[in-house]
Design a binder for this molecule. Structure first.
Ligand code: ADP
Ligand code: MG
Ligand code: ZN
Length: 499
C-alpha cells in the first residue's frame, strides 16, 4: 500500500513533532505546502473533452483546450461543486463570488499562452487540514484552475527529441495553499497524507501521486531559532510522493543551514528535487518568475455560489476520515492504530465496515483484515479494491473461527487460498477437508504418537518440567496440520503424560 497515514501518525508521535524542529538547534524550519489536486470530473474544466489519464497523446483535445483563437470556454459546474465540497470539508469560507483570471506565461505545454486560474478572488479562503493528533495546519486559500499539458524529455539512450502531450490541458485542478505552519519534514508528510486521505474519501480526487493526480510543491525556509520574522524561502516543485517530499525538505533545510552558517543569504528561487541523488537544484531565480500579469478572463463571467447551492453540497458530505476513525474506535472498540490503518483509504474503510457489521467480533475482524487479508493481497500485488475475497466471504471465515469449527492456523491458510483462487470460504474448506478435530479418540492417537517420538521430553516433563506441555501441543498441531482443537487437546496430553 501507498503512503500510510497511520505509519506517519506513529512516527510523528514518536518524534515529538509538536515543537519547532531545530536545524541543528540554531534555526527554526518553516514549511508551507501548495498542493494541486485533479478533480474527478468526467470532462475538462472549460470544454467537453474527457478528463482521463493514460490515453494516447494529443487525442483528448479541442479548439478550446488548445487555445485556438475565438474558441470560448464554458465552465464545468461539477468542478465548482467539488471545490465547494472540499472547502466545506476543510472548514473554509466559501466565497459567493469568485473570479477566473488569466495567468500569462510562455511554456511549450501551454498552447494558449496563459493558464486560467483564480487570483484575487479564489473560491475558498481559510480553513485547515487536521493532522489527526489534535493539531491542524491553517489554509490560505483553495482556488480552481486548469492544468497545463505535459512535456516528455528524452531519457538517456532512447529518444533525442522532447515531446508534448496536450491531453492534460484544461483538466480541472484545485490548488490548496497551506499556511507556513509546518516545522518538520515528518509533519509535512503527515499533512500531505491527511489531505490525500480527505480528497480520496470525498471522491474529489483519486489521490494518485504516481499518476500526478495529486502534486505537491514545498516552500522551505529557515529563521534564527525563536525569531518572529520568516526567512527567505525556496520553492521545491513537483514532488511526486510523500517520501520524496520529506527527503527534499530534509535536504533543503540542511543546504540552507550551511549557507546561513557561512554567513551567506538564501536566494528566493524555484528548485527541483532529483530523486536519484536526493538533492535539490536551482531551476529558476525569482527575477523571471512572478510577472504573470494576471487579469480577469474576459471570456468567463464571475462564478456565483449561492447559499442554497453551498448548503445542498454540504448536505451530502460523506463521513470524513477522522470521523470514521473515531467511529471505528468508539463503536467497534478498535485501537487507535487499527482504526487509523483501516481508514487509510475509503475503499478499505468501506470493506471493514461491511465485515464488522456481521462479524462476531469486530476487533478480531480488524486484525484479520489488517494482517492476514492485506498481507496476502499485497503479496499477490493486489489491494483491497481488487480483493478476490468479498467482505461476506471473510465474515464466513470469521464465524467459523469464532464458533471453533476452524483453527486460527487453518484460518490463515484459508485466507491465503481464497486470495489466490478467489474461491468461496466453504469451497476452500471442503476442498481441503479442513475441520477442527475435538474428538478425544482422534486426539489421543496424535498424542500417543508425539509421546513415542519424544522420549527425552517425556522424561523431563515427568521429572517436573511441566512447561513442556506447550511443546507437545505444538507437536500435535503440526501432526494434525492445524486441525486439532487446542482447547480439547491440553487435557488429553496432560492425562497421557501422567500415565
Ligand atoms: P506565491 O504565490 O508566490 O507562491 P504565497 O505567498 O502565496 O506565494 O505563498 C505560497 C506558499 O508559500 C504558501 O503555502 C505559504 O505557506 C508558503 N510560504 C510563504 N512564505 C514562506 C516562508 N518564508 N517559508 C516557508 N513557506 C512560506
Ligand atoms: Mg507558489
Ligand atoms: Zn477540449
Amino acid at each position: 500500500m501507498n503512503a500510510d497515514f497511520a505509519d506517519r501518525q506513529r512516527s510523528a508521535k514518536s518524534e515529538e513533532s509538536g515543537k519547532s524542529a531545530k536545524v541543528a538547534g540554531r534555526y527554526d524550519l518553516v514549511i508551507g505546502l501548495e498542493v494541486h489536486a485533479q478533480l474527478r470530473t468526467a470532462s475538462k474544466l472549460f470544454c467537453s473533452c474527457p478528463n482521463a489519464f493514460g490515453h494516447d497523446p494529443n487525442r483528448n483535445v479541442c479548439p478550446v483546450c488548445l487555445g485556438h483563437p475565438g474558441a470560448l470556454p464554458v465552465l464545468n459546474t461539477r468542478a465548482v461543486d467539488l471545490a465547494v465540497l472540499l472547502g466545506e470539508a476543510l472548514g473554509c469560507e466559501i466565497r459567493e463570488t469568485s473570479v477566473f483570471a488569466r495567468k500569462n506565461y510562455f511554456y511549450p505545454d501551454l498552447p494558449k499562452g496563459y493558464q486560467i486560474s483564480q487570483f484575487e478572488h479564489p473560491i475558498c479562503v481559510g480553513g485547515a487540514v487536521p493532522l489527526g493528533d489534535g493539531r491542524s495546519v491553517g489554509l490560505v486559500r483553495i482556488h480552481i484552475e486548469e492544468d497545463a499539458g505535459k512535456s516528455k524529455h528524452p531519457e538517456a539512450g532512447d529518444d533525442t527529441e522532447s515531446r508534448i502531450d496536450l491531453n492534460r490541458c484544461g483538466v480541472p485542478l484545485v490548488e490548496i495553499v497551506g499556511q507556513p505552519e509546518l516545522h518538520s519534514a515528518e509533519d509535512a508528510g503527515l499533512y500531505l497524507s491527511s489531505l490525500k486521505r480527505i480528497v480520496e474519501f470525498l471522491d474529489v480526487c483519486d489521490g494518485n501521486m504516481e499518476e500526478g493526480s495529486l502534486r505537491c510543491d514545498a516552500n522551505v525556509s529557515l529563521k534564527p531559532a525563536g525569531a518572529a520574522e520568516l526567512g527567505t524561502r525556496t520553492e521545491i516543485k513537483n514532488l511526486n510522493s510523500i517520501r520524496n517530499l520529506e527527503r527534499a525538505i530534509r535536504f533543503e533545510a540542511d543546504r540552507q543551514a550551511k549557507i546561513l552558517d557561512d554567513g551567506g543569504t538564501i536566494d528566493q528561487e524555484t528548485r527541483l528535487f532529483d530523486e536519484a541523488s536526493g538533492r535539490t537544484r536551482s531551476m529558476r531565480g525569482k527575477e523571471d518568475a512572478h510577472d504573470y500579469r494576471y487579469f480577469p478572463d474576459p471570456d468567463l463571467p464571475p462564478v456565483f455560489v449561492s447559499d442554497d447551492r453551498r448548503t445542498r453540497i454540504a448536505a451530502v458530505m460523506p463521513e470524513l476520515p477522522l470521523q470514521r476513525q473515531s467511529r471505528f474506535e468508539n463503536s467497534f472498540g478498535l485501537s487507535p492504530d487499527d482504526a487509523a490503518v483501516l481508514t487509510q483509504t475509503r475503499a478499505l474503510a468501506d470493506y471493514y465496515d461491511a465485515v464488522a457489521e456481521s462479524a462476531p467480533d469486530p476487533v478480531a475482524a480488524a486484525n484479520w483484515v489488517r494482517t492476514e487479508l492485506l498481507g496476502r493481497l499485497s503479496a499477490e500485488g493486489k489491494d483491497i479494491t481488487s480483493s478476490p475475497v468479498s467482505p461476506r466471504e471473510l465474515t464466513a471465515l470469521l464465524k467459523a473461527l469464532d464458533d471453533g469449527t476452524l483453527s486460527g492456523k487453518l484460518g490463515k491458510a484459508a485466507v491465503a487460498e481464497m486470495v489466490e483462487t478467489g474461491d468461496a470460504f466453504a469451497v476452500v474448506v471442503e476442498r481441503n477437508g479442513w475441520k477442527v478435530v475435538s474428538d478425544t479418540g482422534q486426539l489421543a492417537v496424535w498424542v500417543a504418537e508425539a509421546i513415542e517420538k519424544n522420549p527425552s521430553e517425556v522424561a523431563s516433563y515427568r521429572a517436573g518440567k511441566t512447561s513442556l506441555l506447550n511443546f507437545f501441543v505444538g507437536q500435535v498441531m503440526k501432526a494434525s496440520r492445524g486441525q486439532a482443537d487446542p482447547g480439547a487437546l491440553r487435557p488429553v496430553i496432560e492425562k497421557a503424560l501422567e500415565d
